[in-house]
Design a protein around this ligand. Structure first.
Ligand SMILES: [Zn+2]
Length: 225
């Protein structure tokens, strides 16, 4: 082998090493930018019904629906924060008033491009013997989500299963993602309301809401396969 050939070989090797460095640098850049930009967690907006001057229903005990919805929603939020593949966002985290006219609840969910929207409520009726759990949705793409949520929540409440039904409610109508409004139970039913205010009941229902979200998430993943 001549000396000339040896230096040619050295140059060739250097060139190859340089290419390797550029390639590795590129890969590193791709990983850094990729992990910063893509958040493929399921984005869930929890909407505690009412708030501020809008107290919602007044229960038999005189307690307000707005406080029940916030208390339960915060429990759901805490549980969802433990899920590494779910990102939870709240329409309110305190006794803030959100006017219906502002359409802020669905607007917020649309703006953050949520994957799921869940509005939490307590029900009311003139007849205090009426009891049960029901879920409302509006768009066809929300039906299976609403049905899954109803199945889980009613199991946790133990109240009568009033089903998942279509209803023209702006929070589920103006949201662009699958959306469900949960009427956990009747605050006007003395027996049910007493249960609804216990930590035990709320923890159980919060867990069932998370279970419903996860079942729906799994059904999405199966559909993608
Ligand atoms: Zn309500």
């Amino acid at each position: 082998m001549s000396l000339g050939n040896a230096s040619e070989e050295l140059k060739w090797k250097e060139g190859r090493n340089m290419k390797k460095i550029v390639w590795l640098f590129g890969l590193l850049l791709f990983i850094v930018i990729g992990s910063a930009c893509s958040d493929d967690r399921l984005k869930v907006v929890i909407d505690p019904g009412h708030g501020g001057i809008d107290a919602g229903a007044t229960g038999v005990s005189g307690k307000y629906e707005k406080d029940f919805t916030l208390s339960l929603s915060k429990k759901v939020e805490q549980l969802l924060k433990k899920e590494s593949d779910i990102k939870v966002l709240m329409t309110r985290s305190d006794d803030t008033f959100i006017s219906q006219e502002s359409r802020q609840r669905p607007k917020y969910a649309n703006e953050v491009k949520a994957d799921l929207f869940i509005s939490i409520h307590g029900n009311t009726f003139s007849d205090s013997s009426v009891s049960g759990t029901e879920t409302f949705y509006y768009h066809k793409n929300s039906q299976s989500f609403a049905e899954i949520m109803q199945k889980h929540v009613v199991e946790a409440t133990g109240f009568r299963d009033r089903g998942a039904m279509e209803r023209d409610l702006f929070v589920v109508k103006e949201t662009e993602m699958p959306a469900a409004l949960l009427e956990i139970g009747y605050l006007t039913n003395q027996e049910d309301e007493a249960k609804m205010w216990t930590d035990d009941f709320q923890n159980r229902v919060a867990a069932s809401i998370v279970a419903g979200i996860k079942e729906y998430q799994e059904s999405l993943e199966r559909a993608e396969e």
